[in-house]
Design a protein around this ligand. Structure first.
Ligand code: HEM
Ligand code: HEM
Length: 181
């Protein structure tokens, strides 16, 4: 099929969908765990999931960025206009940057705040030096950058669905898990 050279490699698609699931789960967990009135047990569980899941996202993200540099994506279909190519590239770059900012600021907020990250502590990894100022800065970054991340995710998912359902132009299929044909 002539589309096949235009799809993302299996490893790129695997990382995309695994990380999409993790990030889409992590955001509501982060918001829910801060709500007043939760029982201690529920809140602790959500915090453990969020912090350690966030570290998994950070490690996957670093692997994915390295993989992406070594394996540039396939060219977009010829009919996609230049302005849309630039827009897609800008949104993808911003998504990577915001995921990095979210994951690093979350890590710094917890580690420099002197709180546990259970999986890393179990591995005996050292914490950052304790600093209220650094932790407070990272906390503000983490709380604010999420709005940009959510807005970009919505724009990204909207554009992908527009290509897949309205234009039906093969762009969604580039990332879709099942190979066509
Ligand atoms: C891409 C990864 C991540 C995303 C998308 C994310 C998202 C969020 C969101 C949406 C909130 C709620 C913010 C609010 O309502 O003010 C939050 C809070 C929080 N996150 Fe993350 N997070 C990520 C990674 C991490 C990591 C790696 C850690 C720590 C190891 C972490 C620790 C926290 C903590 C401690 C809070 C509570 C902040 C506070 O004290 O007010 N997050 N996160
Ligand atoms: C759940 C619905 C989603 C759909 C349908 C979707 C669809 C797609 C498609 C079709 C592409 C390829 C675009 C192209 O050919 O240029 C793509 C790329 C990308 N997606 Fe998604 N996506 C979804 C969720 C997400 C989420 C939640 C994130 C981030 C948290 C994300 C981050 C990215 C990134 C960074 C790229 C660029 C890949 C690269 O070239 O390195 N996606 N997505």
């Amino acid at each position: 099929m002539h589309e096949s050279p235009l799809v993302y490699k299996p490893a790129a698609r695997f990382l995309h969908w695994l990380m999409a699931l993790l990030v889409i789960a992590t955001i509501p967990i982060g918001v829910t765990m801060l709500q007043p009135g939760l029982s201690r047990g529920v809140q602790d569980t959500l915090f453990i999931l969020h912090k350690n899941g966030g570290v998994v996202i950070l490690l996957l993200l670093l692997a994915r960025i390295a993989y992406r540099i070594a394996n540039p994506p396939p060219p977009l279909p010829a009919h996609v206009p230049h302005s849309q190519r630039l827009m897609a590239e800008a949104v993808h770059l911003a998504l990577y940057a915001l995921l990095l900012i979210m994951a690093v600021s979350g890590f710094v907020r917890v580690s420099a705040g002197g709180f546990p990250i259970e999986a890393l502590d179990a591995l005996g990894l050292p914490r950052l030096p304790k600093s209220e100022a650094v932790a407070a800065f990272a906390k503000a970054v983490h709380a604010n950058a999420r709005y940009a991340l959510v807005a970009l995710m919505l724009a990204h998912i909207g554009a992908a669905l527009y290509h897949g359902l309205v234009r039906k132009d093969g762009v969604l299929a580039r990332m879709w898990p099942a190979r066509r044909g």
